[in-house]
Design a protein around this ligand. Structure first.
Ligand code: NDP
Ligand code: 2IT
Length: 450
């Protein structure tokens, strides 16, 4: 038999690693899910009999393509593009595009795999996908980014569509890139449809989509804190990253009375003990979204400390909201957070905590919200953007924010119902993995050999 014995996690993982060599992030993401599901699948053998695990780790389709483009000096450049269409059991493939030099097939497969569970948790009818390129937007002119995006879409357009596969943003893909991608799709197909989310407000975008991931993570953390009769008021918060997710995390935390004291980028972090207030956040947004500068400039402007090539996790904070990238919290970072009295870690980024770090959090029984639950607000509002596009109308800010809050409360309660241990401790990882799995697995069973 080519597949491992279905009720043995070690054998299953050995088989997966052999079949998907050199994809460590994908192995990591699958291992976490398989571990969470072990007891649940033993209690519900129908999923093992139907070989749902073996099927769910296999993408329905992987598209890999060449992206030729010409830079401002007239030199021909070439990058690699991908779209992983992971699972369409409960809706069309849905998930972001990442443009970053660290993008590989394995990174995108981990992201697509997590997206399947995340999208299921949102309560909306969306399957899972992810895509992107090893293109590095840093230091490129607007024209170079535009030519790259046009070339990327010139291949991708044939694989996507508003009822098939709906990409959005992720690292390195924001409003500017979605604009260029949408423009090219519209030219080639000669149709104006909701084929991408994260669009501009006056051409089919949704209010609150830029804010949704950061706000959603703070709403999710607020639900976790409530279970301990805690809230954000007066708390010190450590945030990493300084892009889309980090920026709106800062905004919402501040509105709820918390004080964010750190931000970072891939070069280092800043520590502002007085807190990053609305005025300073406005500066960060201009610095990152328009000037496309480095966070070090914040330290110079406000006379605060900057730590080159370091991450913020050794600072003293009550709550940590990692919002940069995968595996940015290792075991030593997790131990430092615990030693400094951190009571809650909620993941704005995808898989920012290493397995060893997660072990430390669970062992110390702090509130730990895994990305596929905590950062689902972004794709949830993407789902609401799709709904508005289909109805050809737009909802108000208040209406969307209300729906976002309701979805994050629902995800929290799904995690509690599937993740509560006998001693009352809520293991949000198990809750998110099992809660996300059931809906997709049941749909796959109903649809036969898919
Ligand atoms: P942005 O591109 O807007 O910002 C990314 C931030 O993370 C930047 O500050 C960047 O620094 C930093 N960063 C990126 N790569 C690394 C790295 N290898 N090491 C250290 N820092 C790094 O992306 P987003 O804010 O959209 O995404 C942040 C995280 O949130 C990602 O994990 C993404 O998958 C996740 N996410 C995003 C959603 C969305 O809707 N945008 C939804 C759900 C999750 P630098 O400028 O130096 O590169
Ligand atoms: O990781 C994610 O959930 C995203 N980057 C957002 C995906 C989306 O389709 O809005």
């Amino acid at each position: 038999m080519s597949v491992a014995s279905p009720n043995n996690t070690a054998a299953f993982m050995a088989d997966l690693k052999a079949k998907n060599a050199a994809e460590p992030e994908f192995h990591q993401a699958v291992h976490e899910v398989v571990e969470s599901l072990e007891d649940f699948l033993n209690e519900h053998p129908k999923y093992r009999h139907a070989r749902i695990l073996e099927r769910i780790v296999e993408p329905e389709r992987v598209i890999m393509f060449r992206i030729p483009w010409v830079n401002d000096k007239g030199i021909m450049c070439v990058n690699r593009g991908y779209r992983i269409e992971m699972n369409s059991a409960i809706g069309p493939y849905k998930g972001g595009l990442r443009f970053h030099p660290t993008v590989t097939l394995g990174v995108l497969k981990f992201l697509a795999f997590e997206q399947v569970f995340k999208n299921s948790l949102t309560t909306l009818p969306m399957g899972g996908g992810k895509g992107g390129s090893d293109f590095d937007p840093k230091g490129k002119s607007d024209n170079e980014v535009m030519r790259f995006c046009q070339s990327f879409m010139t291949e991708l357009y044939r694989h996507i569509g508003p009822n098939t596969d709906i990409p959005a943003g992720d690292i390195g893909v924001g409003g500017r890139e979605i604009g260029f991608l949408f423009g090219q799709y519209k030219r080639i197909r000669n149709e104006f449809t909701g084929v991408l989310t994260g669009k501009g407000l006056n051409w089919g975008g949704s209010l609150i989509r830029p804010e949704a991931t950061g706000y959603g993570n703070v709403y999710f953390a607020r639900e976790m804190l409530k279970t301990k009769n805690e809230d954000f008021d007066g708390k010190k918060i450590l945030v990493s990253g300084s892009g889309n997710v980090a920026q709106y995390t800062v905004q919402k935390v501040t509105q709820l009375g918390g004080k964010v004291i750190t931000l970072s980028d891939s070069s280092g972090y800043i520590l502002d003990p007085d807190g990053i207030d609305d005025k300073k956040l406005e500066y960060v947004m201009h610095l990152k979204n328009n000037k496309r500068g480095r966070i070090e400039e914040y330290a110079k402007k406000y006379g605060v400390s900057y730590f080159k090539n370091k991450r913020p996790w050794s600072e003293k904070g009550d709550i940590a909201l990692p919002s940069a990238t995968q595996n940015e919290i290792d075991e030593a970072d997790a131990l430092a957070l615990i030693a400094n009295g951190c009571i809650c870690v909620s993941e704005g980024a995808n898989m920012p905590s290493s397995p060893e770090a997660i072990h430390v959090f669970i062992k110390n029984k702090i509130l730990f919200g895994p990305g596929k639950a905590a950062n689902a607000g972004g794709v949830a509002v993407s789902g609401l953007e799709m709904t508005q596009n289909s109805m050809r109308l737009s909802w108000t800010r208040e209406e969307i924010d209300e729906r976002l809050q309701a979805i994050m409360r629902q995800i929290h309660s799904t995690c509690c119902s599937y993740g509560k241990n006998e001693n009352g401790f809520i293991n949000y990882i198990n809750g998110a993995n099992i809660g996300g799995f059931v809906k997709v697995a049941d749909a796959m069973m109903a649809q036969g050999a898919v």
